[in-house]
Write a protein that binds this ligand. Structure first.
Ligand code: SF4
Ligand code: SF4
Length: 370
């Protein structure tokens, strides 16, 4: 990230200086504890703090300097702006960072590319062959297995590379010194607490730091944001596990899909699909009711496009599963694969990266503060 302070960076620096003097919100979340470790704020510090914030909004509702006060302190929104800026800055390849500013256009483009690739790979089936293949839910009669592997393998490898390089760039920016290599293994004392950071990530402990749930505009604490995040995260993880088990069956045992409704890949995929239905649908509904002062418009669009793609993936997958022995199976399969491929193309340039960078920020927080 260039060292020159841009608008969002300047505003974040100003707000952190004011908050550091005030400290009224210090018990709310890790952002304030991490802030108190600093006297001045570099672009790397501010990037770290922005990705540590989970945009609950509590510090806005508590702030005596919030608009219309002349200090104009709106920490959730400023850090939201800075988060998107950090996603854009560390994106690889760099020119693709523009996708974070135009998530719907990027998603549409990915869908067009996917339509071209998947429909080009699909075999036209007709007459008796189609009836026979469809009755046996034979997906590979529509797109041969090796063609699927090539298309999804190439896109998958690119996605993993883009995320890994983005993560490396992020940690260099937000944590340039990293853990100390000598002595006890940590800059801050004790061993590097990966286990505690992993627990924070998997349990969403800091949603909210008190162990209670996020406060909303009416200052009520409701559990929905936490639970819907869990549905989305674990739904995705189960779908990934389903695909991995299916690949293992195919490559190691030579067991060719389709698998029975009671088989491990189908049970995992169904449970994951339901999680990806409930989580994204609920989060989209919550976002519509959320206070617009909490989140920058670019981050709201980013979240909307990501959740819409997750929802489309789960709906098309579940419909395909239920109707896989019906005559329209080939069309349903092509639609589902188009959506899944487009989703994976957009993964490094969408809200998915929030999970990666927030996890890195939580690890840094554990090293620093606890
Ligand atoms: S958000 Fe407002 S009340 Fe909270 S620490 Fe900052 S200045 Fe103080
Ligand atoms: S919005 Fe919530 S998580 Fe972000 S700084 Fe404020 S209290 Fe912390």
């Amino acid at each position: 990230m260039p060292d020159a302070r841009n608008g969002a960076m300047q505003k974040a620096e100003h707000e952190m200086v004011v908050c550091n003097a005030c400290r009224y919100c210090e018990a709310y979340c890790p952002v304030f504890q991490a802030m108190e470790q600093r006297v001045t704020f570099t672009p790397g510090d501010l990037t770290y703090l922005a990705n540590l914030c989970h945009n609950c909004g509590e510090c806005l509702y508590a702030c005596q300097y919030a608009p219309p006060h002349e200090f104009n302190i709106d920490v959730p929104r400023t850090l939201s702006m800075l988060r998107v800026e950090s996603y854009e800055t560390v994106a690889w390849p760099s020119f693709a960072g523009i996708a974070f500013r135009r998530p719907w256009a990027a998603t549409s483009l990915a869908l067009v590319v996917s339509v071209v690739l998947v429909s080009g790979a699909a075999r036209p089936l007709s007459g008796a062959a189609q009836t026979f293949q469809v009755r046996n839910a034979n997906f590979y009669s529509v797109i041969p297995h090796h063609v699927m592997v090539i298309i999804f393998g190439v896109v998958g490898l690119f996605t993993v590379a883009a995320i890994a390089i983005g993560h490396r760039r992020f940690t260099r920016l937000a944590d340039p010194k990293g853990p100390r290599r000598s002595g006890d293994g940590s800059r801050y004392g004790g061993s590097v607490p990966h286990g505690r950071a992993v627990r924070d990530v998997l349990s969403l402990k800091h949603l909210h730091a008190t162990g209670e749930d996020c406060v909303d505009g009416e200052e009520q604490r409701r559990p929905w944001r936490r639970w819907l995040h869990h549905c989305t995260f674990y739904g995705f993880a189960l779908c990934f596990a389903s695909t991995t088990v299916a690949a293992f069956y195919h490559l190691v045992f030579g067991w060719i899909a389709p698998y029975a409704y009671t088989s491990v890949p189908v049970v995992l995929g169904t449970a994951g699909g339901v999680g990806l239905l409930v989580g994204p649908a609920g989060l989209l509904a919550l976002d519509r009711r959320r206070d617009p002062d909490l989140t920058d418009a670019s981050e709201r669009s980013l979240g909307g496009a990501f959740l819409a793609m997750l929802l489309l993936t789960s709906v098309t997958g579940l419909v395909l599963l239920v109707l896989r022995e019906r005559p329209y199976m080939p069309t349903l399969l092509v639609i589902h694969l188009v959506v899944v491929l487009a989703f994976f193309i957009t993964v490094p340039y969408g809200k998915f990266v929030h999970g990666i960078y927030r996890s890195a920020a939580l690890l840094k927080f554990r090293r620093e503060c606890v």
